[in-house]
Design a protein around this ligand. Structure first.
Ligand SMILES: Nc1ncnc2c1ncn2[C@@H]1O[C@H](COP(=O)(O)OP(=O)(O)OP(=O)(O)O)[C@@H](O)[C@H]1O
Length: 328
């Protein structure tokens, strides 16, 4: 069966700038793909090509096997898209805007009203349903955009920074909503918020300068951090000799380092591939010997460290684009 969503070597050039440089992806139902990258990496441009809002310079996008270029209407019917920023039509109310959006997707009569009611309920918009969109808070405007994206219960959802501008409670609600829809949809979420990746995503794709530099699970992403999977523990000086001997004997420990602490004890740093086995065995040895251990902590890796290591600095990026503005 065709993947729910597929990018085949998508390229987008704006004059001298290559915003997207041969991006290939397949996303299946059940996946929430976190699309990460620094400002200007090409996330929005990729999403616009996937949804048929921007023609690629090269490559193709497919939705459920339907070519976005050859049959845009059929492809778009299967997609819900939340663009960056607020919805247009600020002078409309959410009720008017969602009714209009449902009609543009071919829904009429009772089916249209049911779709609008479902989306209004899912995004808790009841309170503001008859207030003009331009008078809504940023968070509510974002939710109106999200309601519009899920109106027709599409197979594929492409959400450009869905939690941008939301307060922590609203972020939590939107993440729950995404999680609830995951089972039967393929979902792409672009975000700058690294914690969001672990909260909702089953997969991480990191892009830099229009190219994919990482594609894997959030755990694999975190695992790329320097020091990920290391265990640190402080032991008293008189335990060191025994501890070195016993830790060296453990198969789970692939490397060991030790440094004196200012108060005369010793900090061990133990590394191993299997973090859970490492912590179990090392704590077993410490318990067995009855050593008074301190500051026992496992470093699972920091997401922002990996992000920084794999992507270029904004200043490098601007240099490469020479600050030029080119129209599509
Ligand atoms: N219409 C356009 N004309 C010229 N350059 C453009 C145009 N649209 C996008 N770009 C450039 O393409 C590159 C990628 O932009 P894009 O908006 O896709 O990045 P992004 O990853 O979504 O960034 P952000 O996180 O800031 O939203 C940038 O260098 C941007 O300036």
């Amino acid at each position: 069966m065709a993947p729910r969503l597929e990018a085949r070597s998508l390229v987008k050039r704006f004059g001298p700038i290559t915003a997207v440089d041969h991006i290939s992806l397949k996303v299946e139902a059940g996946e929430v793909l976190g699309f990460l990258g620094p400002n200007g990496a090409g996330k929005t441009t990729t999403m616009k090509m996937l949804t048929g809002f921007l023609d690629p310079s090269e490559g193709e996008a497919y939705v459920g096997g339907v070519s976005v270029a050859d049959d845009p209407e059929r492809a778009k019917r299967q997609i819900g898209y939340l663009p960056e920023g607020a919805p247009a039509y600020g002078d409309m109310t959410p009720r008017g805007f969602l009714t209009f959006a449902a009609e543009t997707r071919g829904l009429t009569g009772a089916a249209r009203d049911a779709a609008v009611a479902r989306a209004v309920h899912a995004l808790s918009l009841d309170r503001v349903i008859d207030q003009t969109i331009e008078t809504l808070s940023k968070g509510f405007r974002r939710r109106v955009g999200l309601a519009q994206a899920i109106l027709h219960d599409p197979d594929v959802l492409i959400l450009d920074e869905p939690t941008d501008g939301l307060d922590p409670n609203q972020k939590h609600d939107v993440r729950n909503l995404i999680d609830g829809m995951r089972k039967d949809k393929a979902i792409i979420v672009s975000t700058h918020i690294l914690e969001e990746v672990e909260a909702v995503c089953t997969r991480v794709v990191l892009i830099d300068r229009g190219r994919i530099v990482f594609d894997g699970t959030p755990a694999e992403f975190r695992g790329r951090a320097e020091g990920a999977g290391t265990l640190r523990v402080i032991l008293p000086a008189d335990a060191v000799e025994d501890a070195v001997e016993q830790f060296e004997d453990l198969d789970e420990v692939s490397a060991m380092d030790r440094h004196p602490t200012p108060d005369g004890r010793v900090r061990f740093t133990l590394t191993g591939d299997d973090r859970i086995a490492l912590i179990n065995r090392v704590t077993g040895v410490i318990d067995g010997a009855g050593w008074p251990a301190d500051e026992l902590e496992l470093d699972a890796g920091r997401l922002d460290e990996v992000f920084r290591a794999l992507t270029s600095r904004e200043t490098d990026h601007q240099d490469s684009n020479q600050g030029q503005e080119v129209r599509a």
